[in-house]
Design a protein around this ligand. Structure first.
Ligand SMILES: NC(=O)c1ccc[n+]([C@@H]2O[C@H](COP(=O)([O-])OP(=O)(O)OC[C@H]3O[C@@H](n4cnc5c(N)ncnc54)[C@H](O)[C@@H]3O)[C@@H](O)[C@H]2O)c1
Length: 350
């Protein structure tokens, strides 16, 4: 495999930082930009520490088309992985316009910059939220689409825009539909560092475990599942990262297994875990009980959602190999060593 130069948008974020490590491990060059709206420059230092190499980086906003074009040209980029975006479902219902401006408007700006700079390979961070909530699992990529919140709508719109551009130009693109990323790099140096109250289950559980929050609320235990709590497909972030490497390589004309101009591909494990099962696995990893209570159901939560990961295996030669237990152990190592994420400890300022 020749060494590619891959640009990451949202390079300082949770998933991008793990993808950077995986790309460096495969011998690729990585460059990136971020506006730090939901991340810290510290994560870039930590990636450099793990990979023992430095990622050329600029503080740039997706809206800065000219700045991105100049960045792509300066680094002679072969492919872009587009992570930058706002991702909180609840917040997207309070600020729909901001979500569309940032995620859809920002992606248009990026596509324009890529076209101007002649960069023709794109991997996009899409999401399982694009699927219609009534679709039965395992979810295949041809299941009906129908997001039920503005965040999911931005993901589907960007997929559609990329689809049009790829169909009628020489752009080649893969829309990766992530299920629920969890875990952290095994070094404990990088991991998920949500600003404010975590929206996702695993970081919430781990913040309770480390003493930052009092208890976990389980939103309903009367769903039609074996233990009454909703079932999701949790994928270790390092498995997810390796899926991105496989996608970028698949787009490369001389080495890829031959993907069409535009593809949608699930990145999930194909295995569902209930909220109570995740909690039990986390308690094993942290080795103490994690306080929790069952409260009312939350609007918008479906009963069961997990991937059919077959297309990823067929087209990318990739499948997830890590377990929920691995994810909990790795997430806990990150959380225990960095109880306040990348921020200094408020007690010691270190
Ligand atoms: N984490 C998940 O559960 C999940 C699931 C499905 C899809 N995704 C998607 O994957 C991508 C990465 O997610 P993540 O969990 O790493 O989130 P993250 O918030 O950690 O990373 C996103 C990064 O993008 C940056 N960013 C946002 N808007 C920007 C802009 N206008 N210009 C430049 N930088 C900008 C943020 O500062 C942040 O560093 C997002 O697009 C998200 O929607 C995430």
């Amino acid at each position: 495999m020749p060494s590619l130069t891959v640009a990451l948008t949202g390079a300082a974020g949770y998933i991008a930082s793990h993808v950077a490590v995986a790309l460096f491990e495969r011998g690729h060059s990585v460059v990136g930009f971020d506006n730090f709206s939901n991340s810290s420059p510290k994560s870039l230092e930590r990636v450099a520490q793990i990979a023992d190499t430095h990622m050329p980086f600029e503080q740039l906003d997706l809206a800065d088309t000219d700045g991105i074009e100049a960045f792509l040209r300066a680094h002679q980029v072969d492919a872009v992985i587009h992570f930058a975006g706002l991702k909180a479902v609840g917040e997207s219902t309070e600020q729909p316009l901001r979500y569309h401006e940032n995620n859809v408007g920002g992606s248009l700006s990026l596509l324009r910059a890529m076209e101007n700079a002649g960069v023709r390979h794109l991997v996009f961070s899409s999401s399982a939220t694009v699927y219609h909530p009534d679709e039965a699992s395992p979810l295949r990529e041809d299941a009906s689409l129908g997001p039920i919140n503005p965040y999911g709508a931005t993901k589907l719109m960007v997929e559609q825009i990329i689809g049009d551009v790829a169909t009628y130009s020489d752009l080649r693109a893969i829309n990766l539909r992530y299920f629920n990323p969890v875990g952290a790099h095994p070094s404990g140096l990088i991991g998920e560092d949500p600003v404010g109250t975590p929206n996702n289950l695993m970081p919430f559980i781990m913040q309770v475990a480390v003493g930052r929050r009092e208890q976990l609320n389980i939103f309903g235990d009367d769903y039609d599942t074996p233990d009454g709590t909703p079932i999701r497909d949790y994928i270790h972030v390092m498995d997810l990262a390796e899926g991105h490497v496989a996608a970028v390589e698949a787009l490369h004309p001389t080495t890829g297994p031959g993907v069409d101009n535009v593809e949608a591909i699930n990145l999930g494990t194909g295995v569902g875990s209930s909220v109570k099962e995740v909690l039990a696995a986390a308690e094993q990893a942290v080795d103490h009980p994690i306080p929790h209570q069952v409260v009312e159901r939350r609007a918008g939560d479906g009963t069961v959602s997990y991937a059919d990961p077959g297309r990823a295996e067929a087209l990318l030669g990739w499948r997830a190999t890590r377990t929920m237990a691995d994810a909990c152990v790795d997430h806990w190592r990150w959380q225990e060593r960095n109880p306040h994420g990348f921020a200094p400890d408020p007690a010691t300022d270190e």
